[in-house]
Design a binder for this molecule. Structure first.
Ligand code: PDD
Length: 277
């Protein structure tokens, strides 16, 4: 496998991370996962803009526009012959003697490499089972940071329950997002999702669903909803780069709608497929 490390394409074995890299010691870094369909990056600019947002918010001095990151990622995908898959990219604050404040001299470490993805088509057809978990993460979930322990623990609980995802709530009145997905409900024909603020990651797929909803004439609203509203929604679905649009048919022991993917979720999924197939 060929890796992009800083500005060089190297073999995996050569892409060594220093033990004092702040990404390794503090989770002091940010990342993106960008999908590739039929050899083409999907929504690359949107992902790179969000990466810049995460860098700016965390004060990591890295200017994506200055470099040739987009071309380097294209090159990386080509060298690894990725037709259908994804690229993982992370940028940390760099290497410095271990001390909490931002070091003044560190040079950010960039690492990007292909990750295999299989499209969850079967589950999209049947609908997924998910669980509810308390959202115990920090209050800057708008930053796509490497600090994913809260997300990882919630996903593990979901896995142990043989569920696809954990939907997170701060309190019974406030559902936020999934451990690695955004959450949507459909009520009386309207698609409703959490506002893009510090409680959630403003997903690129979420934004794309907004765009698809507009195209299809489906009302799209940003509003906070409760656990009760979630469980009593006509439809529930998730969205992310890797799960695309994923209908949810069961939450803990509650069946959503009639237990099958709902019509609006299906419409959005069909429209999504048209754009990536
Ligand atoms: N996860 N919310 C969280 C907490 C996420 O980690 C993700 C993405 C999303 C959806 O964002 P997007 O549509 O831009 O993929 C929402 C990625 C895929 C991951 O960590 O693997």
């Amino acid at each position: 496998m060929i890796i992009l490390k800083n500005n060089q394409l190297v073999q995996r074995e050569e892409a060594i991370i220093d033990m004092e890299d702040r990404g390794f010691q503090f989770g002091d870094g940010v990342y993106e996962v960008i999908r590739i369909y039929e050899g083409k990056f999907f929504l690359m600019n949107e992902h790179l803009e969000r990466l810049q947002y995460s860098l700016t918010e965390t004060g990591i001095e890295f200017d994506i526009k200055k470099g040739k990151l987009a071309e380097q990622l294209e090159d990386l995908a080509e060298k690894n012959q990725i037709d259908d898959g994804a690229i993982y990219i992370q940028i940390t604050r760099g290497i410095a003697p271990r001390s909490h404040p931002y070091p003044t001299e560190a040079i950010p470490t960039l690492m990007a490499y292909p990750i295999p993805i299989s499209r969850p088509i079967k589950l999209q057809e049947s609908g997924a089972k998910v669980i509810l978990e308390e959202d115990v993460r920090w209050l800057r979930c708008d930053i796509k940071s490497l600090n994913l322990l809260g997300n990882v623990m919630a996903k593990q609980t979901a896995k142990e329950a043989e569920a696809f995802e954990a939907i997170l709530y701060r309190n019974p009145e406030h559902v936020t997002e999934g451990s690695s997905t955004n959450v949507f409900i459909v009520k009386d024909g309207k698609v409703i999702t959490h506002p893009a603020n510090n409680f959630i990651l403003n997903g690129i797929t979420r934004r794309y669903i907004h765009h698809l909803s507009n195209q299809l004439g489906i009302t799209f609203e940003e509003d906070v909803f409760s656990v009760d509203e979630l469980l009593n929604a006509d439809e529930v679905f998730l969205a992310s780069t890797t799960s695309e649009v994923m209908p949810v048919t069961q939450i803990d022991d509650y069946t959503i709608g009639n237990g099958e993917p709902g019509s609006i979720s299906r419409k959005l999924l069909d429209e999504f497929f048209k754009h990536v197939d």
